[in-house]
Ligand binder design. Structure first.
Ligand SMILES: C[S@@+](CC[C@H](N)C(=O)[O-])C[C@H]1O[C@@H](n2cnc3c(N)ncnc32)[C@H](O)[C@@H]1O
Length: 297
């Protein structure tokens, strides 16, 4: 049986990332040398910093009447800039979907992946589905894992490979694959491939390279069950992260636990939140579930 533990995971920022304020439907954050103001539907309370502080942001994402919007930038705001986390170097960028190429709260996951792979003390083969700009893959590869990265977006994969170069990790064994996550998992099953670690960060909605539709609520349970079948006899970690779904962390944990039942171990799950450096309100960002095997005797 899998032991389940519900826990809110709190990321209080790092040298190059700080949550400065939240409220009024937005968040104010420092990414490296730049302060960004972005919409956030969770921040329904009032901001604590005065409006002048928010107005001084280097870039502000203004929503339009529909789903979209655009960045309004100060003259000194570059489109893309360098960031660092724990010795990794990567680019952040203002994207048209108000994202920046890094989900800073995931630093909590990176630390966990890094520690777990280093502590394993043996070769670890990791599958990173929906790998985006590659940060989880780079953390794992640096810790000694052999990594298979899968994403449907060519620009995301190019960005991830650039991050690999910037981090000086081009000699590390990472397979970069442009593929639909579901099709890839099905193919790996037929090939009887095995992995010792599984990481996935599926979006609420997405498309594979050939237009394959991905909807979290509809496709996640099947994808997770298939991916869990690829786990070796002695896996070291499983991590699922998700944003913007209407799925409760309990529902996520139920799906994950179903497929890992026979393996025992511990499944920690809950909300992933950002905390400001100075005491203040936590900002919910997403949900996660992460599994570890029974510790070895
Ligand atoms: C932005 S990341 C994950 C971030 C976060 N979970 C979110 O919902 O915004 C999502 C990644 O999934 C990729 N993606 C979307 N649909 C996919 C699919 N069917 N197969 C593989 N990757 C896919 C996107 O290209 C993107 O890089």
């Amino acid at each position: 049986m899998v032991r389940t533990v519900q826990r809110t995971l709190v990321c209080a920022g790092w040298d190059d990332y700080e949550l400065l304020d939240t409220g009024g439907g937005a968040k104010l954050e420092r990414f490296g040398d730049y302060v960004l103001a972005r919409p956030d539907t969770q921040a329904i309370w009032q901001p604590r910093l005065v409006p002048d502080f928010w107005r001084a942001a280097h870039a502000t994402f203004r929503r339009d009447a529909g789903e979209g919007g655009a960045w309004q930038c100060m003259p000194d705001m570059p489109r893309s800039w360098p960031m660092r986390w724990n010795g990794l170097s990567f680019r952040s960028e203002l994207t048209s979907f108000r994202h920046t190429g890094v989900f800073p709260e995931q630093a909590e996951h990176w630390t966990w992946i890094d520690d777990t792979i280093r502590r394993a003390g043996r070769p670890v083969r990791m599958l990173d589905l929906f790998g985006y700009t590659g940060l989880a893959s780079l953390v794992a590869a640096r810790a000694g894992a052999t990594v298979t990265y899968v994403d449907a977006s060519r620009p995301a994969m190019a960005w991830a490979r650039r991050n690999q170069e910037l981090s000086g990790l081009t000699d590390r064994p990472i397979r970069w694959l442009l593929d639909d996550a579901g099709k890839f998992v099905a193919r790996e099953k037929r090939r009887a491939s095995e992995y010792d670690a599984l990481v996935m960060d599926p979006p609420v909605f997405g498309r594979g390279p050939k237009g394959e539709i991905w909807r979290f609520g509809e496709h996640f349970p099947r994808l997770f069950a298939g991916a869990a079948d690829l786990l070796s006899a002695d896996p070291v970690l499983v991590l699922v992260n998700a944003y913007a779904t209407e799925i409760s962390p309990i529902s996520l944990a139920n799906v994950v636990a179903d497929s890992l039942e026979r393996r025992g171990g511990t499944l920690e799950f809950g909300e992933l939140v950002l905390a400001p450096r100075r005491p203040g309100r936590h900002l919910p960002t997403g949900i996660y579930a992460r599994w570890s095997p029974e510790p070895r005797q």
